[in-house]
Ligand binder design. Structure first.
Ligand code: ADE
Length: 273
């Protein structure tokens, strides 16, 4: 997969050299190119922003540097043999970046990121490139960052670990929380490793029982418990067919009950601490 990032803070993308993404690069799974947007400015101050039409606070990133940068970056990519680019625009007004979007992007051969500072990029830039390639405007969460660079790191890490040969174990992400097609989207429960007792804290006996069925059931119950506590919206959204008899029993013990349509709702008078 080829990645191009155009930014006014190339050094912000340094983490792409380390850890899992760095390894993916070293293994030749990822070909990363970071470009300084100011290379495509021609005034003394290397201006990339200007005041917004219609007034209002903040500054808007200008069309010309972005247009020239994206033209040159995509031309260079095509010349190097890349194909099928997708423009990924991190913005708080994008659609939520989810595991499903990560999987979608991991299947693309070439991602071009345009992290913006200030109030964002002049709309005509995305409109222009939308005529040439798919555009994904994505938000990594309901908060506002000072710029999109951190979002590029987040998206790249989520995508890179899905590339074949990067995690090492093809099974590793099948059980991810939020994996698309997971029976029910549950958060993963707690995990333990050696030693068996640490500062007086033991581990649940069932994990030492060697009984795979009981261990799987325990893990499922812990996942339900954690999801019910931290993300009740995920339980409410679940197709009731995703819950087996024991799931229903566990949910009922946690204060949840099926409504007539079958979906689960927490009984309001029975909220667990
Ligand atoms: N830029 C600023 N805030 C952002 C967010 N929440 N997601 C993606 N890009 C952003």
């Amino acid at each position: 997969m080829r990645l191009d990032v155009v930014t006014i803070f190339p050094e912000y993308l340094e983490p792409l050299n380390v850890s899992l993404v760095g390894k993916a690069r070293a293994r030749g799974r990822l070909d990363v190119h970071v470009h300084d947007l100011r290379r495509w400015t021609y005034d003394r101050h290397h201006t990339v922003d200007d005041t917004p039409y219609g007034g209002g606070p903040g500054m808007v990133m200008k069309t010309e540097p972005w247009g020239e940068a994206l033209d040159e970056v995509t031309a260079a990519g095509y010349e190097a043999g890349a194909h099928g680019p997708v423009l990924v625009v991190p913005t708080p007004s994008g659609r939520p970046f989810t595991q499903e979007v990560a999987v979608e992007l991991s299947r693309r051969p070439w991602l071009v990121f345009t992290p913006a500072r200030y109030e964002g990029i002049d709309r005509r830039v995305t409109d222009e490139y939308a005529t040439r390639m798919p555009v994904y405007e994505v938000s990594i969460g309901d908060y506002v960052l000072a710029g999109g660079e951190a979002a590029v790191l987040v998206i790249t890490e989520a995508v890179a670990r899905l590339l074949p040969g990067v995690l090492g174990n093809a099974e590793s992400h099948r059980d991810d929380s939020f994996a698309p097609g997971a029976m029910a989207n549950l958060l993963e429960g707690p995990v333990y490793t050696k030693p068996p007792v640490w500062r007086g804290h033991g581990i649940p006996d069932v994990l030492l029982s060697g009984h795979h069925g009981k261990i799987a059931r325990w893990r499922r119950d812990e996942a339900l418990r954690r999801t019910a506590r931290h993300r009740p919206d995920l339980i409410e959204r679940c197709d009731p067919a995703a819950f087996d008899k024991k799931d229903r029993e566990t949910l009922s013990n946690l204060g949840w009950a099926p409504e007539p349509g079958g979906r689960f709702w927490r009984r309001p008078d029975d909220v667990e601490e």
